[in-house]
Write a protein that binds this ligand. Sequence first.
Ligand code: ASP
Length: 323
Amino acid sequence: MKRIVIVATGGTIASGRAQDQSVIADRKGAALLATLHDPLEGIAVEVDDFTALGSYALDLQTLHRLILRVASHLERSDCDGVVVTHGTDTMEESAFVSDLLIGSDKPVVFTGAQRHADMVDTDGPRNIADAVRVAASPQTVGLGTLVVFEGDIHAAATVTKTHASRVDTFRSPGYGKLGFIDQQTVFIGRRSARRCIDNHGLAEGIELVKPGLGSSPDYLEYCATKNVSGVVLEAFGRGNAPKGFAAAVAKLVGSSIPVVIASRCPEGRTDQIYGGDSGAVTLKAAGGIFAGELSAIKSRLLLSGLIAGKATQNEIANSFSMF
Ligand code: ASP
């Protein structure tokens, strides 16, 4: 008998209509489990109600407490894996932090729903059953943290929410899913690379700056005056930014504020190809650290974990070079 713990955090999967007609997360894990269509044969499930919040309302400290809670279940000899029920809005962020900070080989599987629990065609019960079966499968041992949604199995490092409302919202651009679950059978087609850092917590105060064509560097300059902990710049293409950004990056780095340059493209790597003000060559000369393939929102979380561990500029650059 496999033993899986469901850690419930809220989200649409745990939501219903309130009196004012808004949708709010108010269901406990046991209520979600009671809605499953079929028995989970050979799997014993325990529920741990961590919180009941929309994932848009989570903060970094709560996320870190969630990671510690998941890790503590995984350390138990009577737990073979954990399923986290979570809102879809920031699921890719929480799953990425779980993948980064939890070194266990036991599976951690995030899932949720796009249609709330009071809808007749809610996708929650199917997703929970799929996620539990994936977490209990010997095939997912050592794969790190996964997102299971609408029958697909994705790696935390690559997955992203691509549609605001459709049930098949999760995709891994450039890579695709790791596998899928058909009826009750788990198929894994490829294994993802695992990249972990030491768990020192998550530092606050990392700003994410997204310029458009012709944006001014004023907000970056402002960050330098506010003494933020770090900045992620979601740049264009290979990691190029509008005029004036390299000078602002140099100012931040000169004040010991690390600046990570990610690309706004959903696929492909940053690289130093273009010069001039403020091509990636210039941003690099200004002290920017390049994120490779990692998205800007995930780069912010990696930087947060590294800054919490008091990583040096070189150590930060080495960690980003894993991506
Ligand atoms: N739309 C979201 C969800 O799917 C709301 C949230 O992220 O909590 O759960």
